[in-house]
Design a protein around this ligand. Structure first.
Ligand SMILES: [Zn+2]
Length: 291
């Protein structure tokens, strides 16, 4: 399983969260070794997307500094720096601050309660990321839908919907094609995207109200995305492979969360039954140019 896991989480130094392994980088280093991976790319968990920083030291700077401290001395760990999409100036400063190791890209929330990714205010952020040929990992933040409070639906239904919302905004606002330097990777196999993109295609083909002229049909545009492999159902993984393309699926595990994949190499996991030569971990090394 040589290659990288692009979706795992650690807490920054100084932050304490109820899931203990988030505060134990050594547990992740050990896991990388056990799985015989080349390494893992970590990002902060969504509960830390919001916090009280100050004008001189914004929250995103604080959590990125804290994560840098945790992973800098670990040769098998790299990081995606967090960009707060609600704060354009802070995001721009973080983009120029996190250009070198241990950083290999950025992570953003799929949406916030007040902003979706088609917001024109974000154009300077896309431009700065495009200039740097940046890798951007799109991860669910929180669902603002109060109907999802029961049955853990904020996660089970809200998360995949948030990712589909992000994908739709990037496609219909033309961002995906206008900034070809950015490599967008959708968490959780693209969430609901693979199951919905046919419907988006139909809406575009029949010129439904509000849908603009597009440089590419949604079914073609969607192939510019990368997606991770955290879907928990081999049939969903197969659909993701068909929609995005085989080389566009990157290994993710969402470690150490219970909603993650504990053993990506175990025969009981979603990798069962797939072509043995499919290597999502190797795709990740290649896409991120990691040795
Ligand atoms: Zn995650």
């Amino acid at each position: 399983l040589a290659g990288w896991d692009i979706h795992s989480h650690l807490a920054p130094a100084g932050a304490s969260l109820p899931i203990e392994d988030l505060n134990r980088p050594q547990a992740l280093v050990q896991r990388v070794e056990t799985l015989r991976l080349d390494g893992a790319i970590v990002s902060i968990p969504p509960p830390l997307y919001d916090g009280s920083g100050s004008e001189r030291r914004p929250w995103a700077t604080e959590v990125n500094d804290g994560l840098e401290q945790v992973i800098s001395d670990e040769p098998t760990l790299r990081g995606f720096a967090y960009l707060p999409i609600d704060k354009v100036e802070v995001s721009l400063a973080e983009i120029s601050r996190r250009e070198r190791a241990p950083w290999v890209g950025f992570t953003i929330a799929a949406a916030t309660a007040s902003r979706t990714l088609d917001d024109p205010e974000l154009e300077p952020v896309w431009q700065a990321l495009d200039d740097r040929n940046a890798f951007v990992f799109v991860h669910p933040g929180a669902s603002p839908d109060s109907r999802l409070h029961r049955f853990y639906l904020e996660n089970l239904l809200g998360n995949p919907t948030e990712i589909a919302l992000a994908a739709a905004c990037l496609i219909f606002a033309g961002i995906l094609l206008r900034y070809p330097g950015i490599t967008f990777c959708l968490a959780h196999g693209g969430g609901a995207t693979p199951g919905l993109v046919g419907r988006w295609e139909q809406g575009w083909r029949t010129a439904r109200p509000g849908i603009p002229e597009l440089a590419a049909a949604p079914l073609d545009a969607v192939r510019f995305f990368y997606a991770d492999s955290v879907v928990h159902d081999p049939r969903a993984l197969e659909l993701a492979i068909q929609v995005f393309g085989e080389e566009r699926i990157l290994l993710g595990t969402d470690w150490p969360f219970p909603m993650g994949i504990a053993e990506p190499t175990a025969p009981s996991t979603v990798l069962e039954g797939l072509e043995p030569e499919l290597s999502f971990a190797a795709n990740a090394s290649q896409c991120l140019q990691l040795a």
